[in-house]
Design a protein around this ligand. Sequence first.
Ligand code: CMP
Length: 135
Amino acid sequence: MEQTLLIIKPDAVNRDLIGEILKRVEKDGFRIEELKMLRVTPEEGSRFYQVHKGKPFYQELVDYISSGRIVVTHLKREKAVEKLRELIGATDPRKAEKGTIRADFGLDICHNSVHASDSNENAKIEIDFFFGKKS
Ligand code: CMP
């Protein structure tokens, strides 16, 4: 079984969308393996998003992810990375397919309600980042 990481970002947490988003995730066949609510520091946020360092939106992204509480979930499913990306839709909510989480709840490209790992390799790195390395 594959694994991936989903983050429910501050805009969705602040609008009481945790339950609705997790319901969609579970209905789509994902098993929630681990879950926690936390707030990252700007330093942790910049480490998490370091692949985007140097991009024009980097500082805004780091400021935003560290601006409020987030919910982080370690998920399992067949083809987890691909299936979760389908379920959440395109990065920009305006371009996301109707019925996807970002199309339904995202406010703009920065406040886009959720983050999901984009590859198996990054899923492992991101799960380790939030839940610690497992032997
Ligand atoms: P996420 O899946 O969390 O991964 C990186 C984030 O960068 C992405 O969602 C968006 O929120 C953000 N992002 C990507 N492109 C842009 C952009 N052009 N302007 C602002 N934010 C962006």
